[in-house]
Design a protein around this ligand. Sequence first.
Ligand code: NAI
Length: 272
Amino acid sequence: MSYNLLKGKRGIIFGALDENSIAWKTAERVHEEGGKFVLTNAPVALRMGAINELAKKTGSEVIPADATSFEDLQNLVDKSVEILGGKLDFVLHSIGMSVNVRKGRHYTDLKPDWTAKGWDISAVSFHKVMQTLYKSDAMNEWGSIVALTYMAAQRVFPDYNDMADNKAYLESIARSFGYFFGRDKKVRVNTISQSPTPTTAGQGVKGFSGFIKYAEEMSPLGNATADDCADYTVTLFSDLTKRVTLQNLYNDGGFSNMGVSEKVMDRFEDEE
Ligand code: NAI
């Protein structure tokens, strides 16, 4: 159902790799709500070509940008303002990658160069994106910036590896930059802490299938899907959440406040 919540709003959506991507679902929902946007991803990800289908469907242009490159980001922001015909109202940062996770390196044995690369892509890129938007004065007042995160920033999930540290850093950037963006430009900055979701990045985490089932059984409402995340992001981009800022918002079916559920307890009953 569409409520025209984003009618007349302009933005940039980072991170739609394929139709499972949270950013892909978000682009579809933002389009349904009347928002116009530029799609972007790293040049190497664009080579897969799937994003062109999404661009066609949503009447969007695609501009390549490595989110760790200031040069690419400046070009992206300048061109987006030009193409969309004015300053921006919303930005979604939906980017994550850990070389250590990819290469199966254990947390107790991280390779510092790989850690630094993953940190730059997954966390510092959010600062670079906001820095570029801020210095270019590219956001409209009451605009909204959202990044996606995971609860391993607060609690231990052993297989989440160095992405846990990257997410903690990302959430801190949201608060720190959010202060200045709010004070100076009346722009809000939040992170959504999403349930495990079967995407390319999600499934890259070791033991993901056990992990997602466990979260499902622990959460009173079950895991939030990528579509649920898209809906939540639309509310944060809309004018209905104008003074929500500096928050880390859980979209997780209640998982983050659970100790244990009966469903999970039942699995241990026999052992008494
Ligand atoms: P995905 O694999 O579809 O998206 C990750 C995106 O990051 C890809 O589009 C990839 O091309 C992009 N990316 C990687 N390096 C980049 C670079 N240098 N410059 C620009 N873009 C780059 O996976 P998903 O799950 O949709 O991930 C989106 C966000 O959601 C990530 O921040 C992820 O950590 C977060 N998240 C995912 C969860 C899950 O279980 N899937 C749970 C909680 C948060």
